[in-house]
Design a protein around this ligand. Structure first.
Ligand code: COA
Length: 285
């Protein structure tokens, strides 16, 4: 494992989970240009760090993030267009290009405040788990600005139009239970169980074949913008591609464990990977 030595971001890798923590608790993890540069670097490196199997994005000090730093990202760069552009590029790169296309599964873990620009990373991750008492707010309308970068787009993509319009136009806060009800997060749990629930989800993901999981998430994301003919063709070719690069030989291993060994039911559980103890002993049979 390399060292991830940053000031505004903390990275802790434990049992295959990389906890990537926005670390400006005294500013409610508002995202300054420096934080964006560090997050961009950390995510680039973690994608190739074999110890990191699942990425969890969260915030230090009991909050997810209060959005873009209104002082350091906005006001101080209003008169410095090239510095603003550089910061905006890094901000969009990690919050969108990297996370949306990430090779590994990603989870947002939301507690405390999740405001404005923080919806970008919330919705670019593959999964999100919230504390029931978290506070979400698309506050931009209250500042006289738009949910910019890609916030309006990711919100419109994630939830039904009425919910998107309601919360973007009113800027009203909502809690984790409401976020789950409208589809902004997968589920909400009491704060005391948040880390445990996130860890359980990460462990479930780690039991899948990484290759199949990667292709599945890419497929689900990409077919949204295709018509039926394009989606059919793309999925057929993608299916061939995952077989080619599949080190677990998922298809044949799954068939063998289900049909021959009768040791697994795909409806309820993943097949055993070669690295698993159970999988390794099955391989020897
Ligand atoms: N940008 C810059 N600084 C921010 C910030 C932001 N988005 N959000 C919080 N801070 C700073 C505050 O200025 C304050 O700094 P100070 O200690 O130097 O005065 C510190 O973080 C703590 O904020 P405070 O408002 O005292 O904390 P709180 O817990 O009472 O309230 C929030 C938290 C998130 C409700 C409140 O800070 C807030 O509304 N922030 C703005 C969020 C927003 O609209 N973001 C959208 C940007 S696109």
């Amino acid at each position: 494992m390399g060292t991830y030595d940053y000031k505004n971001v903390k990275v802790e890798i434990r049992d295959g989970i990389a906890w990537v923590i926005l670390n400006r608790p005294e500013k409610r993890n508002a995202m300054s240009p420096k934080l964006h540069f560090e997050m961009d670097d950390a995510l680039e490196r973690l994608e190739f760090d074999d110890e990191a199997k699942v990425i969890v994005i969260t915030g230090a000090g009991g909050n997810f993030s209060a959005g873009q730093d209104l002082k350091e990202f906005f006001r101080e760069l209003d008169t410095n267009p090239s510095a603003r552009r550089k910061a905006a590029q890094a901000a969009n790169r990690w919050r969108w290009e990297r996370l949306y296309n990430y090779d590994k599964p990603t989870i947002a873990m939301i507690h405390g405040y999740c405001v404005g620009g923080a919806f970008m990373q919330l919705l670019a991750t593959d999964f999100a788990v919230a504390a029931e008492d978290a506070t979400f707010s698309l506050s931009e309308v209250n500042w006289g600005i738009l949910p910019g970068a890609l916030v309006a787009k990711v919100v419109a993509d994630a939830v039904l139009p009425r919910h998107a319009l309601y919360y973007a136009c009113l800027g009203e806060p909502f809690d984790g239970k409401e976020a789950a009800r409208i589809g902004m997060v997968n589920f909400a749990v009491p704060l005391a169980k948040l880390e445990q629930a996130t860890t359980e989800l990460a462990h479930k993901l780690m039991k899948k074949s990484p290759n199949t999981l990667r292709a599945t998430k890419q497929a689900v994301r990409h077919v949204r913008n295709m018509d039926f003919g394009q989606a059919y063709d793309y999925l057929m070719e993608k299916s061939k591609a995952i077989k080619l690069g599949d080190r677990e030989d998922s298809y044949n291993t799954g068939l063998r464990q289900f049909l021959d060994e009768k040791s697994y039911k795909p409806t309820y559980e993943p097949f055993r990977l070669r690295g698993d103890k159970a999988g390794a002993s099955a391989e020897k049979k």
